[in-house]
Design a binder for this molecule. Structure first.
Ligand code: SAM
Length: 277
């Protein structure tokens, strides 16, 4: 593949496009990364140059290309029970509390679910809680998992993972209980899959159709956004959380601008946020 270069003006135009399309802010030092990722798209679409690609993106005539660019520029890094503490908090603090205070369906939102490990880890944690505490959780649990990337959502919906993905955080014991072999991959069992509903959602757009939640995982996505976008997303996520509900952010993310609405709870070396009544 012959590598095409990007001019300073095209780089600025691309940065503005990407931030407007999905919130991701590219630093000045990302030019090499951007060029190499965009060159792959130039080759895939048989285009003559990076300049042609930038012109096509700006003309907004190809939604398919737009999705492909967002996909090329996003980080989909994830793993089972990532960082552990949020799942321990769900098991030891959040579910026991909600079991006491709520009797209708518990709704949990995984707000940037990538290839599905986060919502399925939530489903497995809920199931383990129900096994260890029979009858305590009287309500059904529904998990809604969203992401901007159609390709990640396809993997997530398939519920099938190779050995490499399984090796990232899934214990042999839980693998045995919650997965079945399918060819050389592992498929999440139906009772867990049926708890999870996947939908495409850009966090920069409206949440009007999402409904209200008792727990929201919004983890390891806000770090890529500007302070203004983080604040805007958190301001709009807050009203979708029922009073007394819980918000879990990534280890390096914090409640920019909406802290008045939340009580901070220190748990296992991290912080979780409970919406004030
Ligand atoms: C690093 S992964 C985090 C996955 C998971 N939450 C975790 O902590 O393991 C970030 C995800 O955010 C998604 N994403 C990026 N920008 C987004 C946006 N504007 N709206 C929704 N999802 C977005 C990406 O597609 C990617 O799957």
């Amino acid at each position: 593949m012959s590598a095409h270069t990007i001019s300073p003006q095209e780089y600025e135009e691309f940065r503005a496009f990407l931030e407007g399309a999905c919130g991701i802010v590219l630093g000045e030092n990302k030019k090499y990364l951007v060029t190499s990722r965009l060159n792959r798209v130039v080759a895939e679409y048989n285009l003559g140059s990076l300049s042609e690609l930038i012109r096509l993106i700006k003309s907004d005539r190809s939604p398919d290309l737009r999705d492909r660019i967002i996909e090329a520029m996003t980080t989909n890094e994830t793993s089972w029970f990532r960082d552990r503490t949020p799942y321990t908090a769900l098991d030891q603090l959040i579910l026991p509390d909600l079991a006491r205070t709520r009797c209708d369906t518990l709704r949990i939102w995984s707000a940037a679910c990538s290839s599905g490990q986060e919502p399925y880890s939530i489903g497995i944690t809920v199931s383990e809680f129900q096994i260890a505490n029979p009858g305590v959780l009287s309500s059904d649990v529904q998990i809604v998992a969203t992401d901007i990337s159609p390709a990640m959502l396809r993997v997530a919906r398939s519920g099938c993972y190779d050995n490499l993905a399984m090796g990232r955080g899934m214990s042999p014991e839980l693998k045995k209980r919650y997965f079945r072999p399918r060819g050389n991959r592992w498929e999440v069992i139906a009772p867990i899959r049926s708890k999870v509903q996947f939908r495409e959602l850009n966090l920069l757009r409206s949440y009007a159709l999402m409904g209200a939640f008792d727990v929201i995982f919004c983890r390891n996505v806000l770090i890529y956004f500007s302070t203004a976008s983080k604040r805007d997303i958190l301001e709009r996520i807050t009203p979708t959380l029922n009073p007394g509900g819980y918000l879990l952010l990534g280890g390096s993310e914090s409640l920019a601008g909406v802290s008045d609405f939340f009580q901070m709870i220190r748990f296992g070396g991290g912080v979780i946020y409970k919406r004030k009544p």
